[in-house]
Ligand binder design. Sequence first.
Ligand code: UAG
Ligand code: ATP
Length: 494
Amino acid sequence: MEAKRLISVLPIKQVIGELPLEVTDLAVDSRSVSAGGMFVCIEGHTVDGHDYVQKAVDSGARVIVASKPVDVDPDKVAVILVEDTSRAIGLLAACHYNYPSKEMTLIGVTGTNGKTTVSGIIQSILQAAGESSAMTGTIGFELNGTLYETENTTGDALTTQSMIAQAANEGCSTMTLEVSSHGLIEGRLAGAEFDIAIFTNLTHDHLDFHGTMENYGNAKALLFSQLGQDFSKRKFVVVNADDAWSEKLLDKTSYPVLTYGILNDAAFRGTNINLTAEGTSFTLSSPEGDYDVEMNLIGEFNVSNALAATAALYAKGMMIDDIVKHLGEITAIKGRMEKVETNLPLTIYIDYAHSPDAIEKAITSVLPYKKNKLIFVIGTGGNRDRVKRPIMAEKASIADYVVLTTDDPRNEAYETILAELAVGMKHDNYACIGDRVEAVRHAISVAEPDDIVIFAGKGHEDYQIIGSVKYPHSDAEIALSEALKKFGTGALEK
Ligand SMILES: CC(=O)N[C@H]1[C@@H](OP(=O)(O)OP(=O)(O)OC[C@H]2O[C@@H](n3ccc(=O)[nH]c3=O)[C@H](O)[C@@H]2O)O[C@H](CO)[C@@H](O)[C@@H]1O[C@H](C)C(=O)N[C@@H](C)C(=O)N[C@H](CCC(=O)O)C(=O)O
Ligand SMILES: Nc1ncnc2c1ncn2[C@@H]1O[C@H](COP(=O)(O)OP(=O)(O)OP(=O)(O)O)[C@@H](O)[C@H]1O
């Protein structure tokens, strides 16, 4: 690409050296620089990209974008100084890929819980309606039936733009992105032009990163400011009328707002909710009238998620009849209150709850049809938000029996994680077992017919990070094998 055109998108402080006519590629990692390319130095949490300039130059970098002076030969390498390289990379990547988000409807979903589920519902409905669409988030980057692995819920700016470009090139007319607060703060979404921004909820999580709920909420609000103020565009904001933070978000944008909710009046409201082990039914009141909705997704929180997805798809121009029909066809969202299909005399769910509110929602979603004990296995990550640990256990105490364990212990000792969780327990019916494999086995060992067992915290993940090594791990596999031993052939998978 023409170098001059590429850097024209940047607020430049200084250009040092002679700019080449063209740059071949863009990179934020010195290990992936190609000859004639541009290397953008990012100050990370672990290392500083500015320290890798020489490596980038050795690999052929011809232009360096930096936020502080770097030592290179100005006759061979041009240096562009900018204030903030994390934002610069988004702008450069969008230009490099020729603004791929302009070619499609870009939907951003933010909030503490429900991002993956809402994105998954939107993606499933669009696919069922025959529309080519893509989605990216915690589970990966899903494009035309292929699931690519992703490192983060919201990828770095270069990865984000390249995924949007790939989706556009493969003919997708819509792409849904899970937007994390970390991603917003770190400018990973710079250059992404959203058409619809969805807010699910704001509850306790990630305070190790944000410090206060106020900062955390303000981080989420960046998605709504990022919609811009270009009123020649049809853009929409979808917010949860049941969450007090929604009001604050509305100050950030002047685009039309669609509200959804269960408790409070909203444009898309769910009432007459009936929760069963097989699924959920409710009445959807919408700007187009009332509809009876039947879905396989369980739990009241999934009514909220379904309403958010419905409002967004309506904003996009889809008929509510079609949305409701396809909602009923969705079987499950991977690892989100996903029932393990067996002939067992008990019910097993795999879930991803790892915040206090999600734990409460996961547990209360099954209470209406609980016949015997509810056993809840909950782990939390090592070297991450410690403040939430006792609150997680406090919420888990709603269950009859709780197994406190770890999800990704990383470099933290089991003992400290478990002790900090246990502080919050409200009753004595619990066990502390740091090794998650043993914790899963224990949960099945105490289970009886008609019990419900929820394994929370690992969801779709098929690994556990212990130290800095990823070991294969599957709650469902361990639980099934243990149940097979305990309940005999009745435990065979359906
Ligand atoms: C704390 C955090 O946000 N870390 C993210 C960050 O890593 P980092 O700051 O450690 O990066 P770094 O290793 O210091 O590297 C800095 C720069 O030097 C470059 N470098 C590095 C080495 C080298 O040899 N050459 C070189 O050029 C790197 O390419 C990079 O550009 O940048 C990486 C690349 O974008 C991210 O993958 C990484 O996410 C880590 C894995 C992470 O766990 N992040 C969490 C906190 C997070 O972001 N979570 C949210 C979801 C939250 C939710 O549950 O809702 C998410 O969006 O994933
Ligand atoms: N709307 C909701 N409100 C509260 N809890 C929810 C909601 N939707 C899902 N949950 C719970 O939170 C867990 C995580 O859901 P989901 O993956 O959709 O959220 P997320 O925002 O993508 O989370 P993460 O960023 O950690 O991936 C689910 O397994 C469920 O227990």
